[in-house]
Design a protein around this ligand. Structure first.
Ligand SMILES: Cc1ncc(COP(=O)(O)O)c(C=O)c1O
Length: 387
């Protein structure tokens, strides 16, 4: 049997993961700043998440949410501590794309409108609905027609927000565009977006699948901008490695949804609830958002200093531990160099090396990553530099 290769192979056979590291079958250790597309933000095999999963495994693993369970009650209580403002209602699914699907369906149902607005460079997933609001034509075109109408506006352009009209059901936005190139939103843009959507009676969906759960230095990245979403999606880090995602919404929206409007076989089962409960405990016990804020600043400063002399480096940018090094050249060679020298990273957009570090990254780890990035960029430029 062969696996369908939707992803180019990295040529590594990984046999173990622990905190910020993974090991290959030759016993070689890697600093994992790829983190399974950012999932392992709480580290691989986070101790608290494991405790919750092990305990749950000895009780019950699967049930649909038609049945109440003690672990679900515990999860909902924990969620109170990190809930996004007045978004008091949550539904669990299995992936970021699925969370986006429910957010879009909800917006269309409760407004009765059809049009959706997203931004250039956005990424919201690859299922048909979430793909409709994903910018990259290469992902979209082979599968069209998708949801219609969808309009893509210029990200960070207040001027372009004028195109949001009353016929729009929702605008969906990433506080930091992840897959698109690690591009943080500007505060005045996010404020203007919130104001315009409110004025026009349009719902604002904030997609925190990549930015959420502490990575940017706050539990939810929208909190950097002094705004509040109407609907919020989360995923990746929230299950500490277990596949789980969530959609949050306030009472006035949740009340307009009825039985049968959505569903899922696995979503929110006791095992998923245990993973999320453990992950929230881990997030709060270790003051993870603050660690991400402080370490992110240090890491970005180190990268900026180390890369200042390189013509091919356009910008080092990001928020917290969501960091991109944008090049004027293809970053593939540098990413390969990093991997060969013990650091896993990933590409974003067409020109960005992306680091999605677990929060427990150390000063020594950062030095390793920065040095390898310098060498990798030098090689991309056709030079060599001393370490
Ligand atoms: C902002 C955002 N939304 C949605 C998704 C889709 O998530 P998944 O791959 O879990 O379906 C991603 C994945 O990278 C993402 O970054």
């Amino acid at each position: 049997m062969k696996l369908i290769e939707f992803y180019a192979t990295r040529g590594l056979r990984i046999v173990k993961g622990e905190n910020q590291y993974v090991w290959d079958d030759k016993g070689r250790r890697y600093l994992d700043l790829h983190a399974g597309h950012g999932v392992a933000f709480l580290g691989h095999r986070n101790k608290i998440v494991l405790e919750y999963l092990e305990r749950q495994m000895s009780e019950i693993i699967t049930l649909t949410t038609a049945f109440d369970t003690p672990i679900r009650e515990e999860m909902l209580n924990e969620m109170e501590k990190i809930k996004p403002d007045d978004l008091d209602n949550v539904f669990l699914l299995n992936s970021g794309s699925e969370a986006v699907e429910l957010a879009l369906k909800t917006a269309r149902k409760i407004t009765g409108k059809r049009k959706l607005i997203a931004f250039k460079n956005s990424f919201h997933g690859r299922t048909s609905g979430s793909l409709s609001v994903t910018w990259n034509k290469r992902y979209r075109e082979p599968f069209e027609p998708l949801l219609e109408p969808v309009e893509f506006l210029e990200f960070n352009s207040i001027e372009d927000l004028k195109k949001i009209d009353e016929n729009t059901a929702a605008v969906i936005v990433e506080p930091v565009q992840g897959e698109g190139g690690v591009i943080p939103a500007k505060e005045d843009f996010m404020k203007a977006l919130r104001e315009t959507t409110q004025e026009k009676g349009v719902l604002l969906i904030v997609d925190e699948v990549q930015t959420g759960f502490g990575r940017t230095g706050k539990v939810w990245a929208y909190q950097h901008f002094g705004i509040k979403p109407d609907i919020m999606t989360a995923g990746k880090a929230i299950g500490g490695g277990f596949p789980v995602s969530a959609v949050f919404m306030p009472d006035w929206i949740a009340e307009k949804l009825s039985e049968g409007d959505h569903g899922t076989t696995y979503g929110g089962n006791p095992f998923a609830a245990a993973a999320v409960t453990g992950a929230i405990k881990a997030l709060l016990t270790d003051n993870v958002p603050e660690q991400a804020r402080v370490k992110g600043e240090i890491f970005m400063k180190m990268l900026n200093e180390a890369l200042a002399d390189f013509k091919s480096v356009r910008e080092v940018r990001g928020l917290g531990l969501m960091i991109g090094v944008d090049l004027r050249l293809n970053p593939g060679k540098a990413i390969k160099y990093l991997q060969d020298h013990g650091v896993l990273s990933l590409k974003a957009g067409v020109s960005t090396i992306r680091f999605l570090s677990p929060y427990m990254i150390t000063q020594e780890d950062m030095e390793l990553a920065v040095n390898a990035t310098r060498q990798g960029v030098a090689i991309t430029e056709g030079k060599t530099v001393s370490s």
